[in-house]
Ligand binder design. Structure first.
Ligand SMILES: Nc1ncnc2c1ncn2[C@@H]1O[C@H](COP(=O)(O)OP(=O)(O)OP(=O)(O)O)[C@@H](O)[C@H]1O
Length: 237
């Protein structure tokens, strides 16, 4: 479904990605893990068209989407839950959810239907309780749920989450991980960036270890756990 090859990107004179390569098959959950500043968010920004690819290919469902505008990439079926949530603070919860919604004929592996407002409220009942409140009055965890709900309402074939559990209370983190488990079980393809290897081990099919803008190792959570040197060297654990 997603094939990133030989990707190079950066900011002004500073190059950040040096031959980034990734693949995600339909229904697979993959991760990008690595120390701060190694290029995880830059990879996601380039996939989403927010940053130009200087070289390389970003294949999605057989099309090269490198160079397309962000709104076209969203319409092609990639939904982003950005680092720092970035909800529209002055809009209500419901307005946030519908602002970027995209209808699409889609069926998950279990035959699950289109994401709609009622389905998002079923997944996150707190958002239903707060549907008329402005987003700025929500707690960090509620804002994160809102950011996930907003991305789901674009009915993405690939859902990308950048540090979705960062800075949240442990109990809210557990809710987010449980939600991602439910999405995976429904056949959702997911790319997740996070630091919590323990929680990711239950969710992720394949990790990608990133160092200085390229993948230095890829494999299952079990394989990573079996090579503690890797986590020490590339994650500082
Ligand atoms: N808007 C920007 N302008 C200039 N440099 C940037 C910008 N955003 C990121 N960088 C730089 O690019 C490099 C990679 O950053 P990136 O955000 O992709 O890292 P990351 O792996 O996602 O780490 P983190 O966990 O810190 O977000 C860093 O050196 C960072 O300082």
């Amino acid at each position: 479904m997603l094939t990133v090859e030989e990707l190079e990107a950066g900011y002004g004179r500073s190059q950040v990605l040096f031959g980034m390569a990734l693949t995600a098959a339909e229904g697979e959950v993959i991760s990008l893990v690595g120390r701060n500043g190694m290029g995880k968010t830059t990879t996601v920004s380039t996939i989403m068209g927010l940053l130009p690819a200087r070289r390389g290919r970003i294949g999605f469902d057989g099309h090269d989407i490198a160079g397309r505008a962000p709104n076209r990439i969203a319409r092609a079926g990639i939904g982003l839950v950005p680092e720092g949530r970035r909800v529209f603070a002055s809009l209500s919860v419901e307005e946030n959810l519908v602002a970027t919604a995209i209808r699409r004929d889609r069926h998950g592996a279990d035959g699950s239907a289109q994401w709609t407002l009622p389905r998002v409220f079923e997944l996150f009942p707190r958002l239903l309780e707060r549907r008329r409140q402005s987003a700025r009055t929500l707690s960090g965890g509620e804002q994160q749920m809102l950011a996930i709900g907003r991305a789901l309402l674009t009915n993405p074939r690939l859902l990308i989450l950048d540090e979705a559990t960062e800075g949240l209370a442990p109990i809210i983190r557990q809710e987010i991980w449980a939600c991602l488990g439910t999405l995976k079980a429904s056949g959702q393809t997911i790319l997740v960036i996070d630091k919590n290897l323990k929680e990711m081990a239950r969710l992720v099919d394949r990790h990608h270890l990133i160092e200085k803008g390229r993948v230095v190792w890829a494999g299952t959570p079990e394989a990573l756990a079996g090579e503690p040197d890797l986590a020490h060297r590339y994650l500082g654990l």
